[in-house]
Structure formats: structure tokens, C-alpha cells
Design a binder for this molecule. Structure first.
Ligand code: PGA
Length: 250
């Protein structure tokens, strides 16, 4: 059984006053029927952790460096995220791939570092609109999966997030059939490469998930949850998505 998972990616949003959103979310979901993870900016992780002691909300970072430590001004290591209270880290998000030139090889190295530090890596994959229009979606995400998944990846230490780039922050989402096709293909590749570990690895959908479309998306086979950007910033919005996930078919 794959435990359902809702991850909120706050991106570069959130100052001290927004800590109250995390607290409100934890109060709405004291005993959730799915796993809930918030990934605030790194500056808020340790304070959010203190605020959420005893709650059911887990925390994650939005990136980490591949090295344990060293002369890398401005970067954060996986061990630092753990030290701040994180259990997860988002890696290879399309915004990092685009803004910072991260390649699949970088992502795989970061994921290996995350695993060594005891973090669960949430690896993001997704095609551009041009790649989809050219009929290359399955090939593109398949190559990203092959290149980004490090040795030693398991159902316990890795989550895959399929995020079509054209759906992120745009209000557009793929059809049910398009999501099912990609998730089915990713599941087949994971099972081929990792056997039962691949069968057990959670596959999230991300890109304009909202309260209004969450129920429909969570009913798609092989969708084990969501990576949510904009709609995770407010406790009320994210809570509605969590409720849709709790109600989704097993
Ligand atoms: P969005 O972002 O929900 O705002 O589209 C998703 C993501 O980038 O993880």
C-alpha cells in the first residue's frame, strides 16, 4: 500500500506572519488519513518545526547541495535541512532546472546526498508544452527519470512528482487521460528498474492542483497525491486538497 501524500511547495513565498498558516493547517488535520508535508523557504523551516512539534505535519526543503559541506556560498546541505527539522526535500523542480541550469545528473547527485542524510527526495519531472506538442512527453519524462534517480532509490526514500511545466502556476491542467498515461508509464519504468520498490514508490501529480480539481485528479490510477504550489500557501485552500486526498479511492 502506498500512503497518500500531499506536499505543499511554498517556493519563494513566506515571512514570519505566514507561520500562522502552517499552524492553522495542523489544527485542521490533527490526525490525517494521508501524509502532509510543507516545504516552506529554508528561512522558516526551523521555526515552523518548533511551532508544529507534536503535530501531524512533516517538513521539507526545496533544494539541497550535493556536497555534505564546504565552500558553497548560499547553498544548503541535506544535513542542514535535517538539522532544521526537515524530513523531505524537493529536488529537480522545473524552476531549479530552468533558473539554475540543473541537469538530471545534478539532480541524481543531490538525491544521493539527500538519501545519505536520511531525507526523502521528491524528484520532479515534466515536459515543456513544445515537447508535449511534439509527442515527446513519455520519452522526455522517461529520460528524466532514468537520469535523476540515484542508485539506492527505494519506495521509502524517494517520491516522484510529475509536473508538466506548462501546467505550473498557469491554471491549466492535463486531461485525466494525459495524467493517467504519464503516471502509468512512470510506474512501468519504476517497476522495471526497481521491482517491488518501484511498485511501492509514490507518484505525485503537480501543476495547478486546486480544491476544485483535486478530487478528479486523485481518482486517476497511479496518482498517489499532489505537489501543490500556489494553493498550499493558505491553510484553507491546502486543507481542501488534503480532504480530497483523504477521500480518494485507495
Ligand atoms: P502550482 O505549482 O500548484 O502553483 O501550479 C506546483 C509546483 O510548482 O510544484
Amino acid at each position: 500500500m502506498r500512503r497518500k501524500l500531499a506536499v505543499g511547495n511554498w517556493k519563494m513565498h513566506g515571512l514570519s506572519p505566514q507561520l500562522g498558516e502552517a499552524e492553522a493547517l495542523s489544527e485542521r488535520h490533527p490526525d490525517p488519513a494521508c501524509e502532509i508535508v510543507l516545504c516552506p523557504p529554508a528561512t522558516l523551516i526551523s521555526r515552523m518545526w518548533e511551532l508544529l512539534i507534536g503535530s501531524a505535519i512533516h517538513l521539507g526543503g526545496q533544494d539541497c547541495h550535493h556536497a555534505d559541506q564546504g565552500a558553497h556560498t548560499g547553498d544548503i546541505s541535506a544535513a542542514m535541512l535535517v538539522d532544521a527539522g526537515a524530513e523531505y526535500v524537493i529536488l529537480g523542480h522545473s524552476e531549479r532546472r530552468h533558473d539554475h541550469g540543473e541537469t538530471d545528473a545534478h539532480v541524481a547527485a543531490k538525491a544521493a546526498a539527500a538519501h545519505s542524510a536520511g531525507l526523502v527526495a521528491i524528484l520532479c519531472l515534466g515536459e515543456t508544452e513544445a515537447e508535449r506538442d511534439a509527442g515527446r512527453t513519455i520519452a522526455v519524462v522517461g529520460d528524466q527519470l532514468a537520469g535523476s534517480l540515484p542508485e539506492g532509490a527505494s519506495a521509502a526514500n524517494t517520491v516522484i512528482a510529475y509536473e508538466p511545466i506548462w501546467a505550473i502556476g498557469t491554471g491549466r491542467t492535463p486531461t485525466r487521460e494525459q495524467i493517467a498515461e504519464v503516471h502509468g508509464a512512470l510506474r512501468a519504468r519504476l517497476s522495471d528498474r526497481l521491482g517491488s520498490e518501484g511498485d511501492g514508490m509514490r507518484l505525485l501529480y503537480g501543476g495547478s492542483v486546486k480544491a476544485e480539481n483535486a478530487r478528479e485528479i486523485f481518482a486517476i490510477p497511479d496518482v498517489d497525491g499532489a505537489l501543490v504550489g500556489g494553493a498550499s500557501l493558505k491553510a484553507g485552500d491546502f486543507s481542501a486538497i488534503v480532504e480530497a486526498l483523504e477521500a480518494a479511492p485507495a
